[in-house]
Design a protein around this ligand. Structure first.
Ligand code: OAD
Length: 246
């Protein structure tokens, strides 16, 4: 890690009044959850986008739940890392608004008590019966999932977690709030996302020309060429180091 880059990032944090983090699966890898498109990610391991497709879920929910069962130990063991906590520390400083727009469904930002979290792809925390609408914490369904069953409500309907599948629209209010936050930002920090899945990946286009832009991502993104600072280091390590300098 280049100490000059960390110093620059700390300086940007110090000057900013409206800081927005846009995070993706790379923000959770240091907590033990694989991302999608890295060489060690889910897609390289043979998981396909069909697993997260709403039409596939409706006709064959066992495809999604088979995936969840395989990765349940990682999901259950995951805890916020030093980078998630650094965002909470940053937000506690006076004079700057800090918001997190996340594509992650793992609730790690919320668990770290980041004060404003906009989960544009929903959350795995709760599930809804597709027949009667009953809502339950997804954790209550773990035993059914672990035993290889598609979790069902007493009415017979299949439970679906409140996550956005391919083919579904994003939660409109949350996405509108996310667009507004990016528009108002004077510092946008893109952490651990390839920015290839739209509309979330296009959110940086809502920023003002004066907004400073930082990419904290190990892989390349379309935004790199427009950024003020690009760091290819682990996001958690860098965020902890930069915030500890404030
Ligand atoms: P991706 O897997 O596409 O991108 C993760 C990025 O994080 C990659 O560019 C990695 O290089 C980088 N990365 C990994 N670990 C990192 C670390 N510790 N520090 C910094 N960078 C790191 O994940 P997303 O962009 O989140 O959607 O994917 C977007 C959407 O595609 C997901 O929300 C999901 C997926 O299909 C749905 O399922 C609807």
């Amino acid at each position: 890690m280049n100490p000059d880059d960390v110093h620059l990032l700390a300086g940007l944090f110090r000057q900013a009044r409206d800081i927005v983090f846009l995070t993706g699966a790379g923000m959770s890898t240091e907590s033990g959850i694989p991302d999608f498109r890295s060489p060690k990610g889910l897609y390289a391991a043979g998981v396909t986008e069909a697993v997260f497709d709403i039409e596939v879920f409706r006709s064959h929910p066992e495809v999604f739940y088979g995936f969840v069962r395989d990765y349940l130990p990682a999901f259950r063991a995951a805890r916020p890392h030093a980078g998630h906590r650094a965002i909470t520390t940053l937000a506690a400083r006076p004079f700057a608004n800090v918001s997190v727009i996340t594509q992650n469904i793992d609730s790690l930002h919320q668990d770290a008590r980041n004060p404003v979290v906009l989960p544009v792809h929903g959350s795995l925390a709760a599930s809804v019966c597709q027949s009667c609408g009953a809502r339950t914490p997804t954790a209550a369904l773990w035993p059914q999932i672990e035993s290889g069953h598609v979790p069902r409500h007493a009415c017979g309907g299949v439970f679906k977690p409140e996550v956005v599948f391919y083919g579904e629209v994003l939660p409109a209010e949350v996405f509108r709030a996310a667009s507004n936050r990016v528009y108002a930002a004077d510092l946008l920090v893109v952490c651990g996302t390839s920015l290839v899945v739209n509309p979330a990946g296009g959110l940086p286009r809502q920023r003002q020309p004066s907004c400073k832009t930082v990419i904290l991502n190990q892989g390349e993104t379309w935004l790199d060429a427009e950024a003020d600072l690009v760091l290819r280091e682990p996001a958690g390590v860098v965020l902890e180091a930069a915030v500890s300098r404030l």
